[in-house]
Design a protein around this ligand. Structure first.
Ligand SMILES: Nc1nc2c(ncn2[C@@H]2O[C@H](COP(=O)(O)OP(=O)(O)OP(=O)(O)O)[C@@H](O)[C@H]2O)c(=O)[nH]1
Ligand SMILES: [Zn+2]
Length: 293
């Protein structure tokens, strides 16, 4: 039987199959191969005791991606949430998250929430022009929530974004029973503070939401870095200028004859995207190989 690990606690893995959830122990050989099962893994299991719904985890399928903190495999879509206003959107944070998605082979979807307070279309257009999906939504009025639901359907998703942008409100607008599911867990984790960050998949809108109850989101930008040589590949629109700058290995910073800077001047590339690229470049350009995690 195949299924997906939705929760892992103390050496037990809860595997969702078409025939319901089985509580499984991993077979010893995973440790030998130094792969341990993670939430999100697609796995093969065998049934040990059908009545007790106990199984054994036999095999882990190759992963699409893997995040170390929190440990989670196979995220399909990252919902990058920002607010049109209150708090004002940070294009730098959005672009960092998009770049990490590119690095990790996660499909980003930019959601501009609180469009009842200010226009979100202008921001959405920047990302649509590059080829990303971007939605203007409002947890307050329900605008765009159906569209958001179709993005989640059939996929493993995670929410990211600053505090106060409305992640919990959106989850609640998508499914009112969701808050109850995670709220219960947050309370338990609150009691056992400083426990390891625990991640779990919750069924929502016909798909799955990865959440670390009590923390609000998976804070991907705190644990993942896009290094200098990875950066150009993580800004999708830079590809078209490859080989067009005067200098080989142009960082698109102070170099003369830079095709990227020209594109920003003519309005072909969004200035906010270029500024994010530069800011990220300056953050990582002096990181040495041996300093990397
Ligand atoms: N006007 C308006 N307010 C909203 C909307 N969505 C959320 N809010 C408000 O924004 C505030 C923050 O919303 P939350 O859902 O708690 O935001 P969060 O992203 O989960 O915040 P953290 O838990 O700190 O990460 C609350 O006061 C919400 O009522 C919206 O679409 N429109
Ligand atoms: Zn250049």
């Amino acid at each position: 039987m195949t299924g997906r690990v939705v929760k892992g606690i103390g050496g037990f893995y809860y595997v969702q199959t078409d025939g319901g959830v089985y509580c499984c122990r991993a077979r010893g050989r995973f440790r030998k191969d130094s792969v341990s099962p993670a939430v999100g893994d697609r796995v093969e299991i065998s049934v040990v005791d059908e009545a007790a719904r106990e199984g054994a985890l036999e095999r882990i399928e190759p992963r699409r991606n893997f995040l170390i903190r929190p440990p989670i495999a196979n995220i399909d879509v990252m919902l990058i949430i920002a607010a049109a206003a209150n708090p004002a959107p940070s294009t730098l944070l959005i672009d960092k998250l998009v770049a990490i998605c590119e690095k990790k082979n996660i499909t980003p979807c930019v959601c501009i929430n609180k469009t009842d307070l200010a226009d979100g279309e202008e921001l959405c257009r920047i990302y649509r022009d590059i080829g990303y999906e971007a939605l203007a939504v409002s947890a307050a009025t329900g605008e765009g929530i159906d569209r958001l639901r179709t993005v989640i359907e059939g996929r493993v998703c995670a929410f990211s974004g600053n505090s106060g942008v409305g992640k919990s409100s959106l989850l609640n607008a998508l499914d009112a029973s969701f808050a109850a599911q995670t709220g219960e867990l947050s309370a338990k984790i609150e009691r056992g503070r400083h426990t390891t960050r625990h991640v779990e998949l919750f069924a929502l809108a016909g798909g799955w939401i990865a959440d670390t109850p009590g923390f609000g989101d998976i804070s991907i930008e705190r644990f993942e870095t896009v290094y200098k040589e990875e950066l150009p590949g993580c800004f999708a629109e830079l590809g078209q200028y490859e080989g067009q700058c005067r200098f080989l290995g142009c960082a698109h910073d102070r170099e003369p004859g830079c095709a990227v800077k020209r594109a920003v001047e003519t309005g072909e590339m969004a200035r906010s995207r270029y500024e994010s690229y530069l800011s990220m470049y300056h953050e990582v350009k002096d990181i040495k190989e041996w300093e990397r995690r």
